[in-house]
Design a protein around this ligand. Sequence first.
Ligand SMILES: [Zn+2]
Ligand SMILES: [Zn+2]
Length: 192
Amino acid sequence: MENIIYIQKIGEIDQAALIKLKKNLNPLFKEFIDKVKVSPDTITLEDSDYHKSRRQYNASSIIRKLIKHVNNKEYFRTLGVMDNDIYTRKLNFVFGIAIVPKPQFMKSEGVALISITRLRETFYRREDDETLFDLRVLKEAIHELGHTFGLRHCDNHCIMQFSNHLADTDKKPPEFCESCQKELKLIINTIK
Ligand SMILES: [Zn+2]
Ligand SMILES: [Zn+2]
């Protein structure tokens, strides 16, 4: 079986952004996986996922939907990508969330979700910066995918640093530090 990371479209989102993400993710994970693919279908957002007064979508209910969607598909890893603002019970907003699989399910239960809405300069009424936007999307994607392989937050100069603000995202490099890289290799070698 090929180890493929699927990028899953959720709701209305620019296809070009997904294709760019796919291209950017490929070199980073190439020693661990076979390829990155954009899945052809879309998960539709529903009213029940939306919090009217917050005007945000519930990240936990969407990731549950994503899990259901990939159930039995034997996807190695799935990254849901959406362009609507998301929150969790404890946080006003999140850039992304991930399900860290239990070791015995490491092979097939890695699912993560990111929202690209707050990664755009225009969200903060600043001038659009596409290069910066693409880099932020890539960073959030790598970070959440890192969690799906069991990586935890890291204090090194590393993509696995926790981001509470966009400035944190901008500060961290789009790659794993040496120790996370080692851990990732170890994990992937045991599940392949
Ligand atoms: Zn994290
Ligand atoms: Zn690290």
